[in-house]
Design a protein around this ligand. Structure first.
Ligand code: T3D
Length: 262
């Protein structure tokens, strides 16, 4: 049996998922897609798992599609629309739909679809030595896995076009200063930061986190009126939850809230 291309470490209240093809900078082949899909599906449905950390083994986070695997890609003129339809698009959709926070801990270079998978996380923290590269133009492709969406929504057209057309690396520091990711941290602090966040989320109001994700993700395409209506609907749902009751009770009793597993 071939080695696992995704490691799924189930911990107390959260999971750490690591892409595990370090000699190929964790670039994706079919097996890695299937294993990541299975791990994320488990995280989405398990009540024990209340947050997810996604990272890479070795010196890279992910270098996108494995360009050496011609069979996997479907020959020298592959139907990349099909690859996106079958693999990358469902992956990005599943990350966005995950009803709990995903923290991407970008430990090293994130290139091509690898950069854009990182940007699909809810909270993106990068090691200071990491780089984000929209490598696609170098091989005559366009940014995919949500790249044109993240870049344009988070940075605006000027920076989006420059990064996509030049394929120049963006340092973790610049990515944070530009608002593409949450923050850059010293390399040796990366996992401790990510784990500390995950532990906090594992004790937090999971259902409210899911609703918050939903509302913020809708905001970039909604009008203000639509967004106000969505907030009304989701807040109504949050307000009727046991977690809200517990949160207010705990506040008034001056003790930590004991939120239930969603
Ligand atoms: O199905 C479809 O194709 C559609 C979907 C497309 C989505 C995409 O992601 S397209 C974009 C694919 N990715 C790239 O174009 C990035 C290619 N990689 C690089 O440009 C560089 O490796 C990096 C800038 C990411 C890192 O550079 P560096 O100098 O730090 O490392 P390196 O020496 O280039 O790479 C280390 C090893 O990983 C090397 O193997 P070796 O020589 O030690 O045996 C290299 O070939 C391998 N590697 C890196 N990226 C890939 C890869 N092997 C296969 N596929 C890769 N994408």
């Amino acid at each position: 049996m071939s080695e696992a291309t995704v490691l799924h470490d189930r911990r107390d209240g959260y999971s750490v998922i690591s892409l595990n093809r370090p000699d190929r900078l964790n670039s994706f082949n079919r097996q890695q897609h299937a294993e990541l899909r299975a791990a994320l599906e488990e995280c989405a449905t398990s009540t024990e798992i209340r947050a997810v950390v996604l990272t890479g083994q070795g010196r890279g986070f992910c270098a996108g599609q494995d360009l050496s695997d011609v069979d996997d890609m479907g020959g020298d003129r592959p139907d990349l629309g099909k690859t996106l339809h079958d693999n990358y698009n469902p992956l990005i959709r599943s990350m966005r739909a995950m009803p709990k926070p995903i923290i991407c801990a970008v430990n090293g270079v994130a290139a091509g679809a690898g950069a854009n998978i990182a940007l699909a996380g809810d909270i993106v923290i990068a090691a200071r030595s990491a780089r984000f590269i929209q490598a696609f133009a170098k091989i005559a492709l366009i940014p995919d896995a949500g790249g044109t969406y993240w870049l344009t929504h988070l940075l605006g057209e000027a920076r989006a076009k420059a990064l996509a057309l030049t394929a120049q690396p963006l340092s973790a520091e610049d990515a944070a200063n530009w608002g593409l990711i949450w923050k850059a941290v010293d390399d040796d602090k990366l996992m401790a930061e990510a784990i500390s966040l995950a532990e906090g989320f594992a004790a937090g109001p999971t259902h409210a986190y899911g609703l918050t994700k939903q509302a913020i993700q809708a905001a970039s395409t909604n009008t203000l009126d639509e967004q106000l209506e969505l907030e009304r609907r989701l807040q109504r749902e949050a307000g009727m939850s046991d977690d809200y009751k517990e949160g207010v009770k705990a506040f008034l009793e001056k003790r930590p809230a004991n939120y239930r597993k969603a």
